[in-house]
Structures are given as C-alpha cells and as structure tokens.
Design a binder for this molecule. Structure first.
Ligand SMILES: Cc1ncc(COP(=O)(O)O)c(C=O)c1O
Length: 468
C-alpha cells in the first residue's frame, strides 16, 4: 500500500469558523497585528502550536472518567507514575501543570546567577526560566543544524566539541546541568540521534555534570531514530525511548505534546537531593507531589497518551503528514527548513520575504499574511521571539533565523485541511512582495512575542498592500 492513512476514524466533530477577508482584517487590527491576541473563534485552521491542542482518543476519554480526585496518593497518580517510570526508568517522578512549571522549579532549585546551562537549543520558556534566575542559556547546535536547507538527518544534534570548550571556558562548578531537547523545537523540529546523546553523556560523565532531557517530543524523536539511525530499525519506539532515558539524570516534560494531553507535564530525576528540593517548591507553587497542579483525570489521560504516542502506526502517520506538506511546499519553491521536522513545517521567513530588511520582522509579516489570506494561524520563531533587546540602550540584536512555524496539532486536521494550507501559502508566495514590514509598538520584558503590539511600517506599505 502506498497511501499512509490516519490510523483512526472520527467519532466527534467540531465546526471550523469560515470567515471573510474583511472580518479578518478587522480582527487582526484589533489584535494589534499579533495573532496570539486573536480569538480562536476567528481562526479557521489553527497551527499556532502542537502543544495541548491534540484530539484525545476514546481510550483517553474513557480513562478521564476514571480520574481519582483524591488529594494524596490517588489511583490516577499511581497509573501516571507507573507509566512514566516504565518509559523513563527515572527514580523520582513529579507531575506539574505543564512543562514550564517543571523548568521553573528546576531552574529555581538548581541554578544561581552566573551559572551556565548548555543545550542543543533552548526553547523560549526554558531559556526564560534559566535567565530569570540570572543564569546563562547557551545553544550549541552543530553547524549542520544551523544550515536550514541541508537535508541531513539529525540536525538537532549538539556540537560536542563546543560543549567541551564551553565546560573548559566556564568551569564545571558553573554548569549545574546540561540539557538536550528532543526534538529541537526551536530549530525546525529536527531530531537528535542516539549516538549524539551518547556522545554528550560521555563528555558530561567525564566532568560529573548531570544531563537533563527536555523530552516534550521524545516519541517523535524515537521515530526518527528508528527510521534513520543504523541499528534501530528493528527496535520498538518504547525500547528506543527507554534507551534514550537511560542516558539521562533527569527529564522535563510537557505532556501537551507527546503525552497527547491538553494539559500537564512532569519532572523526573534520579538524584535524591534534587528530588527533595524539587518536591518542596512543587508543594509551595503547584500542589501536593502526587498531583502537582493536575486533576486526577489529567494524570489518567497522560498515562494513556504517553503509551499511544509510542505506537508505531500513529507516529508513521504523523510524520507522513509533515512530510506531505513539506514536499508540496518544496515543489513550489517555497523556502522551508529541511528535512521535514517531527511536529511542524518551518517556513524560512527571511527567504520568503527577501524584500524585507532585518529588523522589519519578516516572520510577523508572513504570519499575518497567512491569517489575512486564509484564516490560518501560525507563529513567528524569529527576532520577535528570540531577538535580544539591550535593557539599557533598547538596541535589538536580531535572531540568527527568521522562521515561521506551522505546528501540526495531533490527530486534529485531515489531508484536505493541509491541501488548503498549501493553496493559501502558494497564493501568498506568488505575491510575496506585498507582505509589509512591521514594527513593535509595545512589548513586555520577558517572552514579548505573546503580548507585543505591532504596526505596519511606512507609507509604502499601504500602497503595496492595496495593489493586491
Ligand atoms: C521544547 C519545549 N520545551 C518546553 C516547552 C514548554 O512546555 P509548556 O508549554 O507545557 O510549558 C515547550 C512548549 O512548546 C517546548 O516545545
């Protein structure tokens, strides 16, 4: 069989809003040209994120009804703990309300000002939580990983030579732990090979530095390892995930991704002292350690979801959808990060909007064009999200890449939805010079992309837009 089908059928539907261009123009203007500030009822295809936006299976809904809402030691907690332990093999397991809660408590308990945390690429919330306590978040992606058009596999790998240099430059005492993010969300959803995790671990072991895996998309990463890494073709995704976690001293997880849940996360570790510190702060800010800010029903849903994410047929179909869209866009000459990542298609907004200069936020231009043309919501992963603003001078250093992510919610959209997205993008691509520059009119000191206000810049813009 050539066609890879969705390995599920649909039991319940949810109507999609079909809107007019006029309405979208009005709504985007009221949202200050920031799609985060739009109401979901004004969006037709929502590709803002794959986080917490998935459809649950009938098994998950059934498990939800079995939720034990006891404050302490619930049966749902036991299901959750058993599942997480079986997959990760880690000794101490703590639920959290989502991934960034685990990151925040980890950063607050293990880091101090002046410390350094290496990673292949820090996700924005991970970076923000590390910087919030005054530590430095260092990205150590390989040169290959930075080349967005290279078709090499495992472009999420960490540069091990740079890791060793960084340890020597800062000293072991200033590096309380090292992270590795699988898959690398910030850099195109690219996977990390098992060989790279082994190599990173070997270096860290030499210096006595613990490895923390940011494992939001561990099952998608396991699928890439099975497909592309020699020696893994015959292994189950669960076995591959277990082998990966055996290299970790701790893990932070957002269950809103490969937990196939709408909320939740966890922290897991082997070190007893780490666990004690984590537990104390968890109780203070999230909840008792057997629920950690989640309802019993959420724990049940995650326990089922983590196993479903490791089903081969599900991952096979999921990767096929991303590959389908990627190959169609490449065929049209639309610049995207290659090869296809695990959870999203990443458009190269700088290449797409080559008429815009650095500092004119091409990613915001492209995101807004997608909404105006087709009611599609995407997200900028460029200078708005990752640009650095000097607090004293207000001077901005742009991000190394200007990407726009079309994230695929899990088990939500069908092939015709993706055909529609391709068609809309094709139309924008043909008239790309009409995409105007933007400037920021209001911003917050942290994670500014969520709430920033934008305006189109210059009078040329209005003319360019009207020509369309
Ligand atoms: C790689 C990575 N780490 C951490 C997080 C944070 O997780 P959450 O949104 O559940 O706080 C995300 C969320 O998108 C992510 O992609």
């Amino acid at each position: 069989m050539q066609t890879i089908i969705e390995p599920f059928r649909i039991k319940m539907t949810e109507a999609l809003p079909i809107t007019t261009r006029k309405l979208r123009e009005a709504r985007l203007a009221s949202a200050q040209y920031n799609v985060f500030l739009l109401n979901a009822e004004d969006i037709t295809i929502d590709l803002l994120t794959d986080s917490g936006t998935g459809a649950m299976s009938s098994r998950q809904w059934a498990a939800l009804m079995m939720g034990d809402e006891s404050y302490a030691g619930s049966i749902s907690w036991q299901h959750f703990e058993q599942t997480v332990r079986e997959i990760t093999g880690l000794k101490h397991i703590f639920p959290t309300h989502q991934g960034r809660a685990a990151e925040r408590i980890l950063a607050a308990t293990r880091l101090k000002a002046g410390d350094v945390v290496p990673n292949n690429s820090h996700f924005d919330t991970t970076r923000a939580n590390i910087e919030y306590v005054g530590a430095l978040a260092e990205d150590l992606l390989t040169a290959e990983g930075k080349d967005i058009y290279s078709d090499k596999p495992f472009k999420g790998n960490m540069d091990t030579a740079k890791l060793e240099q960084l340890i020597k430059a800062h000293g072991v005492k200033r590096i309380p732990f090292c992270m590795i993010t699988v898959t690398n969300n910030t850099g195109g959803g690219q996977p990390v090979s098992m060989a790279n995790i082994v190599a990173v671990k070997k270096i860290l072991k030499k210096y006595g530095i613990p490895l923390v895996i940011d494992c939001c998309r561990f099952a998608e990463n396991a699928y890439f390892i099975k497909k592309y890494e020699p020696g893994y073709g015959g292994k189950s995704l669960t076995k591959i995930a277990q082998e990966m976690f055996a290299l970790a001293d701790a893990a932070v997880m957002s269950a809103k991704k490969d937990g196939l849940a709408n909320i939740g996360g966890f922290f897991a570790c082997n070190n007893d002292a780490w666990a004690d510190d984590f537990r104390n702060l968890l109780i203070l800010t999230e909840g008792f350690p057997t629920y950690g800010g989640l309802a019993g029903r959420d724990l049940e849903v995650i326990a089922v979801g983590l196993r479903e994410a490791l089903e081969y047929d599900y991952q096979h179909y999921r990767h096929a959808t991303v590959e389908y869209m990627s190959s169609r866009l490449i065929a049209r000459g639309i610049p995207i990060v290659r090869p296809a990542g695990g959870h999203a298609v990443f458009l190269d907004a700088a290449g797409f909007c080559s008429h815009l200069k650095a500092g004119e936020y091409p990613g915001i231009g492209l995101v807004n064009a997608l909404y105006l043309e087709g009611g599609i919501r995407a997200v900028e992963l460029g200078s708005v999200m990752f640009g650095r603003v000097d607090a004293a001078t207000g001077k901005e250093t742009p991000a190394p890449r200007e990407l726009v992510r079309l994230a695929f919610p899990r088990r939500v959209y069908t092939q015709s939805h993706f055909e529609y997205v391709i068609e809309v993008l094709d139309g924008i691509w043909k008239h790309r010079e009409a995409i105007p520059p933007y400037r920021i009119t209001k911003q917050a000191p942290f994670l500014r992309h969520f709430t920033a206000h934008f305006a189109q810049s210059g009078s040329k813009v209005a003319k360019r837009s009207r020509k369309r």
